[in-house]
Design a protein around this ligand. Structure first.
Ligand code: ZN
Length: 508
């Protein structure tokens, strides 16, 4: 018999009770923001290592990634693939890992790959590094710097990448099905029992809206019916897009695509990402005074889509990272909440909420909208300068990823990983919540802080803006997960090595 401490109706890790064996049983985890398909897609690439694939992660210089791309191009031509199908695609580069704030250009990549088009996504998925052959294939003239907003000398930000992405050959049905399953299995193996797929990113990254999401969703539903997935997936549909229109017209029953797959949200994008300087700021970037980012959607457009979604019984999640994007999203949500006094505010989510003004932090708390945060974005304390300091300067840095402050203010926080490559350790969210700058561990590492973080990692904000307090609770039907170490007492450095010994069972 387990005796559990309950807080806000959610079973805590403190009710962990040693089951059979040495493991520690805790509630299963929720991931409110992950790109499950993309996770599976990159696992599939790493498994098969097809010609033309570049794993650009871990490189120490631009030249190193270019060299990897060159050998991938050589492999493509050796494999004798037709010139139409011959693309080099990759994922995982970051100029931060090269020790420079400067984004790469087409020059070195085009010199090494003069004929084969290449497109490689940055580690955040919001920037696509391309060579001239890719630009030409997409009808964009080489060297054209301002084709659409966000084009920066070989690195295409946000929607500027869509013409290139449209040229990359679409994956086969069987590969899409396999990628979904690999993604779901990888998450379930880490103890995640429910997750939101925050929009399939067009391959090999980039939150493009010209992806055939309907095809991805249909294949996922079919795969789950043929052989149940090990977890439940809730889909956010990027809008505006043709599929968003179809989903708006569907009934609630039709949106349950299969037993474990349901469409619940429209996903809007107010801006890009801080890493690639696409997040919309109210001031120039500290490490690039020539840009203030890319605002993709303003308040009125966000509000219009929000009304349409709510009228159709869908919830809304708006990606907003920079302080201008956060302001636009909150302006929209505030207007809609004012019009609809009975609306449950947690039906409205802001994804990331990374950098906000003091006034907007207070406004988000007052409105009661859900803030979907990623603890693993925080830079560990002691690392200087922090990522936040690099992008927004020392003055703004305390308002970046300020989860501790928001938690103390009473914000509705839900946790997600934002993985779209290979997922990290099961307790990575807990780890960064403790060691991260501005994270909840700023209060000091204690069992209370860890309990709060475990609660954040284990509670589920469901469709309709309702928190689910039953699933995955230890001893409850469906069970929790069994860990190899105790998340409340293990030394902080060892948290990333704690494994899931027995994954969550699905709730029947
Ligand atoms: Zn995301």
């Amino acid at each position: 018999m387990l005796h559990c401490v309950m807080l806000l109706g959610v079973a805590l890790a403190s009710c962990a009770s040693p089951p059979a064996g040495d493991g520690v049983r805790v509630a299963a985890f929720a991931d409110h923001h992950v790109h499950a398909f993309n996770v599976g897609w990159w696992l599939l690439q790493d498994e098969r290592k097809p010609a033309g694939y570049v794993n650009a992660g871990g490189a120490k210089s631009e030249a190193e990634v270019v060299a990897r791309a060159a050998s991938a191009a050589a492999a493509v031509s050796q494999a004798g693939q037709g010139s139409e199908a011959a693309w080099v695609t990759g994922f995982g580069w970051s100029q931060d890992g090269w020790g420079t704030p400067v984004l790469p250009t087409t020059d070195a990549l085009s010199a090494a790959l003069p004929d084969t088009p290449a497109a490689m996504a940055r580690t955040d998925g919001h920037a696509l590094w391309v060579n001239r052959a890719a630009l030409v294939r997409a009808g964009l003239r080489a060297g054209l710097r301002e084709v659409r907003s966000g084009v920066r000398s070989g690195v295409l930000l946000e929607r500027a990448a869509e013409p290139v992405l449209a040229q990359i050959p679409a994956p086969a049905d069987s590969d899409i099905v396999r990628a979904w399953r690999l993604g779901a299995e990888a998450l379930a193996e880490r103890g995640v029992m429910r997750a939101y797929d925050a929009g399939v990113l067009a391959l090999p990254g980039i939150a493009a809206l010209n992806t055939d999401f309907a095809r991805f969703a249909r294949l996922l539903g079919e795969a789950d019916r043929a052989e149940p997935l090990p977890m439940q997936l809730f889909l956010m549909i990027p809008a505006p897009s043709p599929y968003a229109e179809q989903v708006l017209a569907m009934s609630l029953a039709e949106r349950q695509l299969s037993p474990n797959v349901r469409v619940t949200h429209l996903k809007l994008f107010a801006d890009g990402a801080l890493g690639s300087r696409g997040a919309a700021l109210s001031h120039p970037y500290a490490d690039d005074p020539h840009t203030t980012g890319v605002l993709r959607m303003k308040a009125q457009e966000i509000a219009d889509w929000t009304r349409r979604a709510l009228d159709a019984g869908l919830d809304v999640a708006t990606h907003a990272i920079g302080d201008v994007a956060v302001r636009e999203a909150l302006d929209a949500y505030e207007a809609v909440l004012k019009e609809r006094p009975g609306l449950v505010p947690t039906r409205l989510r802001i994804e990331h909420f990374s950098y906000a003004s003091d006034a907007d932090m207070e406004r988000a708390v007052r409105l009661g909208v859900a803030l979907s945060v990623q603890s693993n974005f925080n830079t560990p304390r002691g690392v200087s300068p922090t990522f936040a300091e690099q992008r927004v300067g020392a003055e703004g840095a305390p308002r970046v990823y300020a989860w501790d402050r928001l938690a103390r203010m009473g914000a509705v926080l839900v946790e997600g990983s934002d993985y779209f490559g290979a997922p990290g350790a099961a307790l990575l969210g807990l780890y960064y919540g403790i060691v991260g700058v501005n994270a909840i561990g700023e209060r000091g590492d204690s069992p209370e802080v860890r309990r709060e973080l475990m609660r954040l990692n284990s509670r589920w904000l469901g469709a309709g803006g309702v928190f689910d307090s039953i699933w995955g609770a230890p001893g409850a039907a469906g069970g929790g997960v069994v860990l190899s170490g105790d998340p409340l007492t293990a030394p902080v450095e060892s948290l990333t090595t704690v494994r899931v010994q027995r994954a969550a069972a699905r709730k029947q």
